[in-house]
Design a protein around this ligand. Structure first.
Ligand code: ZN
Length: 221
């Protein structure tokens, strides 16, 4: 695997690829579209570093396990260790960058696991399940509660969200996550997906953006 974190100006970021810590159902409208209850406390899961691939240049999806859904999300690169109850200042200081990312999900596999109350890894952590674009520096945003995320597929906007409507905003979310699992430089936070998820197909042309900050084109190989 050739993935290495990098900034959108092409500079390599010399952090190891760590884990990807994800939050589920962090936008009420998305929870509703999948008939899920809106959670009363954050729903976390982890994708291992082995499933991380770069967005640019195109990416492959599994073709033998049912529908593969895209979930466009705001990705946050962690650049310093965080554990047990970090302060707001410590969290802000540890954030190294932001990128649009795709949390790929084998939706039919996940639905069966959910029915049985089983863990989600085989639906969420397959090779290639975490697609990450280059990062813009943390200094790009003065206000983390107003970051846009947008995904366009084959010329049609499918997801268009903003961090202002997250149930768990970015900083408190990372404080909570760090209390559950130590975060290390090179880890990436996937902050949840807005409404509009759907299936990806081979040949789809994608534009994945943090509007106003970065924009990338890619395709499903
Ligand atoms: Zn997600």
């Amino acid at each position: 695997m050739s993935y290495q974190h990098q900034y959108s100006d092409g500079t390599k970021i010399h952090f190891p690829i760590g884990k990807v810590v994800c939050i589920g159902r962090n936008y009420a409208e998305h929870a509703k579209e999948l008939d899920n209850p809106v959670p009363t406390e954050p729903l976390l899961f982890i994708k291992p570093g082995s499933c991380v691939v770069p967005l640019e240049g195109g990416f492959v999806i599994p073709t033998d396990r049912g529908a593969v859904h895209y979930e466009a999300e705001i990705g946050v690169l962690i650049g310093k260790p965080l554990s047990t109850k970090p302060s707001v200042e410590e969290v802000l200081d540890a954030i190294s960058g932001f990128a649009p990312v795709l949390d790929l999900t084998l939706r039919e596999v996940q639905a069966k696991l959910k029915e049985k109350g089983l863990p989600w890894e085989i639906a969420k952590s397959f090779d290639g399940a975490a697609v990450i674009a280059p990062f813009v520096p943390a200094s790009t945003y003065a206000d983390l509660t107003h970051i846009d995320i947008r995904l366009t597929i084959n010329g049609e906007v499918r997801q268009d969200g903003n961090s202002s409507v997250m149930l768990n905003p970015i900083v408190p979310m990372i404080q909570y996550m760090a209390g559950c699992f130590s975060l290390q430089a090179g880890d990436v936070i996937f902050t949840g997906t807005p409404v509009g998820v759907g299936a990806l197909n081979s040949g789809d042309e994608l534009i994945l953006e943090l509007p106003g900050a970065s924009s990338f084109t890619s395709r499903v190989k």
